[in-house]
Design a protein around this ligand. Structure first.
Ligand SMILES: *Cc1c(COP(=O)(O)O)cnc(C)c1O
Length: 342
């Protein structure tokens, strides 16, 4: 690799101004000026709907360095499809899948010296994002949009990686059932900042949200989906209209069933019925799989497998998923895409 020297083994999850990002502009029904730029600053009108009314959505995916030095993406077409549904919900224009995947590949290629070396567990995180821009003040969708993709090398999201951490339930909601919980929009995150800070202040990794109707069923963590492994080996994830449909979760559901022959279930996960689970975890692109040691609810800590050790099924799923992502294990058809490098 060129002359980029970073402490690859100790990267956090922090913004870094890399040499290149992709940018495209939308007006009058079409994308234009689609190109890489070195400018990390956006110049937008103070009337932009993204600033006032949260007309904004985003994605998150990673590029992985494989053993032979090549670089690959994990299911970028799924992120493109999800961004299309988010844009539809917020009355924003669509980025076609080809354009999305091409933009991501261009950014990885242009910043290839920043894709961390194989074996460090670190990756190049990609952040596609769209904002409504232009001079507006009325509550209407914007007339103009910017789609941009930037990147940064990252280590693991939850400190401690595969070591379990404790979570707590929150008395707050991040999303309503017919709101925007199923879409990757900034507003959901704005709503989660305060409860997240409260959880951290109380010594927890993050909080787990309960269903916004009765607060009886687990929904998800603020930036990762919840899963549990029942005592008889079923992989269970909550089903709810206000959960973000995570690429990681659907990949784990597939691997649990087709690779490991486990039973899988998307259904109700009652907070007062956690004894059915032998293991639990949080999953997402950034978090990968973070084992949940204990979950606190109304002052009582429910410990799943152990507060200090990861359970065997969680470990097995993690090894398979990351093995596929880093190119060490065979991927199901269409799951990985090579990035052409210089
Ligand atoms: C992005 C996100 C996830 C994880 O989704 P992946 O596609 O696996 O990265 C989970 N929950 C929320 C709320 C998210 O925003």
């Amino acid at each position: 690799m060129a002359d980029v020297q970073l402490d690859w083994n100790n990267l956090g999850f922090e913004y870094r101004n890399l040499p290149y990002r992709y940018r495209a502009y939308w007006k009058d029904g079409a994308w234009y000026k689609k190109e890489l730029t070195g400018d990390a600053t956006l110049h937008i009108s103070e009337g932009s709907t993204a600033l006032h009314y949260g007309q904004q959505d985003f994605e998150g995916l990673k590029a992985y360095r494989t053993k032979d030095g090549s670089v690959q993406l994990f299911r970028p077409d799924r992120n493109a499809a999800r961004m299309q549904t988010s844009c539809e919900r917020l009355l924003m224009p669509q980025v076609p899948t080809d354009m999305f995947v091409d933009a991501v590949k261009q950014v990885v290629k242009a910043n290839q010296d920043y894709v961390p070396p194989y074996g460090t567990g670190a990756t190049l995180y990609l952040r596609p994002l769209m904002i409504g821009v232009g001079g507006n003040i009325g509550v209407h969708p914007a007339q103009e949009y910017i789609f941009t993709v930037f990147a940064m090398p990252v280590g693991s999201y939850f400190k401690g990686g595969m070591t379990p951490t404790n979570f707590t339930t929150s008395e707050y909601d991040r999303a309503a059932h017919k709101g925007t919980g199923a879409y990757k929009v900034g507003g959901n995150y704005a709503a989660s900042l305060f409860p997240g800070q409260e959880a951290h202040a109380n010594g927890f990794s993050d909080c787990v949200y309960l269903d916004p109707v009765e607060h009886r069923k687990i929904e998800e963590v603020g930036s990762a989906n919840f899963f549990g492994i029942t005592k008889d080996g079923t992989f269970v994830t909550p089903k709810s209209p206000s959960i973000l449909p995570a690429v990681t979760k659907y990949s784990l559901l597939y691997l649990a069933e087709h690779k490991f022959g486990m039973k899988t279930e998307q259904g109700d996960v009652y907070i007062d019925d956690l004894d059915r689970f032998a293991e639990a975890g949080a999953c997402g692109t950034a978090a990968v799989i973070s084992p949940i040691g204990g979950l606190e609810h109304q002052g009582k800590l429910h410990v799943f497998y152990s507060e200090t050790e990861v359970g065997p099924v969680t470990k097995k799923l993690y090894d398979e998923l990351t093995g596929i992502q880093f190119g060490d294990r065979e991927a199901p058809e269409g799951w990985v895409q090579k990035v052409e490098l210089d």
